[in-house]
Design a protein around this ligand. Structure first.
Ligand SMILES: Cc1ncc(COP(=O)(O)O)c(C=O)c1O
Length: 485
C-alpha cells in the first residue's frame, strides 16, 4: 500500500505562526477522558510536552484564543487558563495584539537530547563515555604537538583520519579514497551541510515514516518539505518508495538502512540494490545516515548502501557519536571527490572545520576499536534483552520486535496513548520518547521509542515507576489489536 505523508507544519521556522490545524495534529490525543485533572491543565501539560521535546520551537506564535477554542472544541476559558498556566511557568510570552509566543523559562536549560538532570531520560538513546574516551583524549593531547606549528584550519579534516575512515569503507565493501571523505561536526551537521548545498526552499525531501526527528528538523530548517514513505510491517516498502519518487520528484531521499531510528530495522542486500536502482532511474540523490552502523548484535549489516549504487548518487553520513561517544561531536561525509569539493565550498558559509583534538581522539578510537567495541556490543545486547524482559513482564499489552542493532525498541501501544503517557511520565520526572516525535504532522501517537541504553537498575526503576501511570491510563491491560514490527 502506498502511503505518502506530506508535512506542512513548518514548525522549525522561527517566529512563524503555527496554524491551528497543525497544532491540533501535533497535540494528538491530548484529552484524557478518565483523568480527574481539569481540561485546561491537560491542555497545558500537552503543550508543555510539545515545547520541551522541541516540536513547538522557540518563538513559534500560537493561534489566537478564539481560533484555538474553536479548533480544539473546548471553551475559551479552558484555553485562557491553559495559556495563563504556561505563561506563569515561563513557556509562553504574550504581547498585546500579537498573541502567544513559545519561549523557555530563564532558569531552565534549553531542552537538548542530552540535558543532564536528576530525572530519568527515556527520550534519548545514547551512551555515556567508556574509559577508552579518556584514553583517546590523553593520546590526542600528546599527538597534537606536531600540529601546533600550523594554523589548524582544515575544512576537509585531518588526512590521517580521512584515511582511516576510507579504509573502513573499503573493508566494508565500498572502495574509498581519502579525497572522498570530509570530516564534519556530527552526522546531523553533515546532513545540514548537504541540504544547504543541494536543496532550495520548497524542495521535497523523501524520508522513511517514521524517521529520525532531527532529520525532520534539519529538512524543515532548510525550508524543504519532508515527504514520508510509510514503513510496512517489516523491511521497507520498495514500491511505495518508487511511487513516491515518481509522484513527488524530490530533490533528495534521506535513509537509515543500518538500524533505522526508531524502528531498529536493517535493510537487506536485495532492498539496498532495489532502492539504489530506483534512485538511479529517477535521478534522485540518496543521503544515507549510517550513525548506528557499528551497533550490531548478531551479525554486521550488509555492505554500505553506496556499494550497491552503480549509477545512483549516494552521499553517506557517518558519526563517531554512537560507535564511540556523542561528546566527540564528530562525523563525516563520504561522497564523490567532486561532491566533497563542492561541499567544502558550501562549508565556508557555516564553519571552518572540525576541532583537531577531537579528530585525533577519534583516530585513536578507530585504530583501537577492537579493544572495546565487541564488549560494548555485548553489553548493549544484554541491555536490550533485559529491557525486553522488563517490558514483557510489566507491560504485556505492548508489542515490539527486539532489534538486531541500534539502541531502542519501537513499541506499539494498544491505543493512541503515547502523548498522554509522556505527559504523565513528565509529572514524575521521566522523559519519554512519544512516537509523535518521529512522525510528520503528529503521526505515531500509538508508538513509543524505548531506549535500552540505560543501565539495568535505572531502566528497571523507570519502568516500574511508569507502570501505575500506564495502568491508570490504559485501564486494564488489553492486547494490541495488531502487531507491527
Ligand atoms: C539516525 C541518527 N543520525 C544522527 C544522529 C546524531 O548524530 P551526530 O551526533 O553525529 O550528529 C543520531 C543520534 O541519535 C541518529 O540516531
Amino acid at each position: 500500500m502506498i502511503n505518502i505523508q506530506f508535512s506542512n507544519s513548518g514548525l522549525h521556522m522561527s517566529s512563524r505562526r503555527l496554524g491551528s490545524q497543525s497544532l491540533l495534529r501535533l497535540l494528538g490525543h491530548w484529552q484524557q477522558s478518565a483523568s480527574r485533572a481539569p481540561l485546561w491543565r491537560q491542555l497545558a501539560d500537552a503543550l508543555r510536552l510539545l515545547i520541551l521535546d522541541g516540536r513547538l520551537a522557540q518563538d513559534t506564535r500560537l493561534p489566537g484564543e478564539r481560533e484555538l477554542a474553536s479548533t480544539l472544541a473546548v471553551s475559551r476559558t479552558t484555553i485562557v487558563s491553559a495559556l495563563a498556566q504556561l505563561r506563569d511557568e515561563g513557556y509562553l510570552e504574550s504581547r498585546h495584539g500579537s498573541g502567544s509566543r513559545v519561549t523557555l523559562p530563564g532558569s531552565r536549560p534549553i531542552p537538548t537530547l542530552s540535558t543532564p538532570c536528576a530525572s530519568l531520560d527515556l527520550s534519548t538513546a545514547a551512551l555515556s563515555a567508556g574509559p577508552e574516551i579518556h584514553q583517546a583524549y590523553t593520546h590526542a593531547l600528546a599527538a597534537i604537538a606536531p600540529h601546533l606549528a600550523h594554523t589548524g584550519y582544515n575544512q576537509l579534516g585531518l588526512l590521517a583520519l580521512r584515511e582511516a575512515i576510507a579504509e573502513r569503507y573499503t573493508a566494508r565493501g565500498l572502495p574509498t579514497n581519502p579525497d572522498e571523505v570530509m570530516i564534519v561536526n556530527g552526522a546531523v551537521s553533515g546532513l545540514a551541510l548537504v541540504l544547504r548545498m543541494l536543496t532550495g526552499p520548497g524542495d521535497r525531501v523523501v524520508v522513511d515514516h517514521p524517521t529520525y526527528p532531527l532529520a525532520i528538523a534539519a529538512i524543515q530548517g532548510a525550508s524543504c518539505r519532508p515527504v514520508g514513505v510509510s514503513m510496512p510491517q517489516t523491511g521497507w516498502d520498495i514500491d511505495g518508495f518508487a511511487a513516491t519518487l515518481a509522484q513527488t520528484a524530490p530533490r533528495l531521499a534521506y535513509l537509515m538502512p543500518d538500524f533505522h531510528n526508531p524502528t531498529g530495522r536493517c535493510m537487506d542486500s536485495a532492498t539496498r540494490a532495489a532502492i539504489t536502482a530506483i534512485a538511479a532511474r529517477t535521478r534522485t540523490s540518496l543521503v544515507v545516515d549510517e550513525t548506528m552502523v557499528d551497533l550490531w548484535y548478531e551479525a554486521p549489516p550488509p555492505p554500505p548502501l553506496a556499494a550497491f549504487a552503480t549509477q545512483a548518487t549516494v552521499i553517506t553520513l557517518g558519526s563517531a557519536g554512537k560507535s564511540f561517544w556523542g561528546g566527540l561531536r564528530l562525523g563525516w561525509i563520504r561522497a564523490s571527490t567532486r561532491t566533497i569539493a563542492a561541499l567544502t565550498q558550501t562549508r565556508d558559509t557555516l564553519d571552518l572545520g572540525s576541532p583537531l583534538l577531537e579528530q585525533l581522539a577519534t583516530l585513536w578510537l578507530m585504530q583501537n576499536q577492537q579493544t572495546f567495541l565487541p564488549a560494548r556490543r555485548q553489553m548493549l545486547a544484554q541491555r536490550r534483552d533485559h529491557c525486553a524482559a522488563l517490558m514483557r513482564e510489566h507491560f504485556p499489552a505492548w508489542h515490539f520486535q527486539p532489534p538486531s542493532g541500534g539502541l531502542s525498541f519501537w513499541v506499539e501501544l494498544p491505543e493512541m496513548l503515547a502523548t498522554q503517557f509522556a505527559v504523565r511520565a513528565e509529572s514524575i520526572g521521566i522523559h519519554l520518547g512519544a512516537g509523535t516525535r518521529f512522525g510528520l504532522s503528529g503521526a505515531f501517537d500509538r508508538y513509543l521509542r524505548m531506549p535500552f541504553s540505560l543501565e539495568h537498575i535505572e531502566l528497571e526503576r523507570a519502568l516500574i515507576s511508569l507502570k501505575p501511570l500506564w495502568l491508570a491510563l490504559n485501564g486494564t491491560e488489553r492486547p494490541a489489536k495488531r502487531s507491527v514490527v
